[in-house]
Design a protein around this ligand. Sequence first.
Ligand SMILES: *Cc1c(COP(=O)(O)O)cnc(C)c1O
Length: 410
Amino acid sequence: MSLAHGPRTLAIPGPSIVPDRVLRAMHRPAPNIYVGALVDMTRSLIPDLKKVARTEHHATIYIGNGHAAWEAVLANTHARGDLVLIPRTGSFADGWGAVARGLGLQVEYLDFGNRVAMDPAAIGQRLRDDTDHEIRSVLCVHVDTSSSVRSDLRAIRAEMDAAGHPALLQADCIASMGCDVFEMDEWGVDTAITGCQKGLMTPPGVAFVFYNDKATRARERADCVTAYWDWVPRTDPEVFSHLFDGTAPTHHLYGLREALDMIVHEEGLEAVWARHARLARALHAAFARWEDHGTDGRGVELNVRAPEHRSHAVTAVRLPGAGTRLRDWTETQMGVTLGIGLGMAPAGTPEWDDFLRIGHMGHLSGHSLMGTLSAIDAGLKALSIPHGGGALEAATAVMSGVTSICIPDT
Ligand SMILES: *Cc1c(COP(=O)(O)O)cnc(C)c1O
């Protein structure tokens, strides 16, 4: 018998759950794209996007996904042959690096593996060794969605400053923005990118590039940029159509307007961050119990051991021999779709099945996360996967705010 009939939950790390309000806002006839409500509404998005990125500088909107933002930001900040340094904490760094190579940049990785955060001191040392200042940018994935490692961008900026190095600090915040705390200006991040389909709760289709004055200066020598990707007319358009270099993504903009209303004007960004933090702590508390199974290495385990480097948006889980089986079970028996493991083992090998990920970004309440955790708990039992007890209780204790048990604050 399957218990999957009834409301289903999508708990993959992007696209995230689209609120009904956002869907309803998109359900409308096509608007005029030359004058009127759409034009005014679109202009209203820019200040709210800047609030989400915590920047006073520039925001541009591209029609595209995260890969589009990867390309857009590099095209505007680099000349062919430039060297970029990519500290790596998972496979999204590889993706961004491939885009950089495609643009004719030289890519150097500092690989930290798949389980720990970037070491700011190691980045600082590499920059100090770069006495000729050949490195033009440090490209950091804030939260790597494959490993769920979150790195400390503020500390990385401090190391860059201490090294006296002029490279740009460019951040991929596609998984983290609107979920994990991110302060573009305060942390000294020069460019930040995100997509609409994760923390911003809008169906995939638009992506954002934020950039400051230092990045504006880099644009002056950037010879990678083509007319379509150029952020100059998009930031300061003479006519509305320059904003998108063509037809506006009309319905996405209405959806995004509704999502930003929810985040910026109703709940408030800091409350959104606090909700994600609390829910992530509840999830970590559940795992702390499940992990306590007394057997060696066969049960469930969080990929990131250091609580302060665990994302509040996505969690990678190691489950030797049973990752895929548990995902299949929760989907077919409980109506909860978990994410596949990414970048931990090559596709087609038996080890590929040892991993899964949980998306907990965006439109997520206490009860919806409890549903996901309960489905996992039931699956661990149904499949006889070794696990400790008391996980759901530990999660509700965190959610209730009366944590009598000791859980590290992440
Ligand atoms: C999702 C994601 C991307 C890629 O976004 P797409 O929309 O799939 O192109 C890049 N970086 C990070 C950190 C992501 O989470």
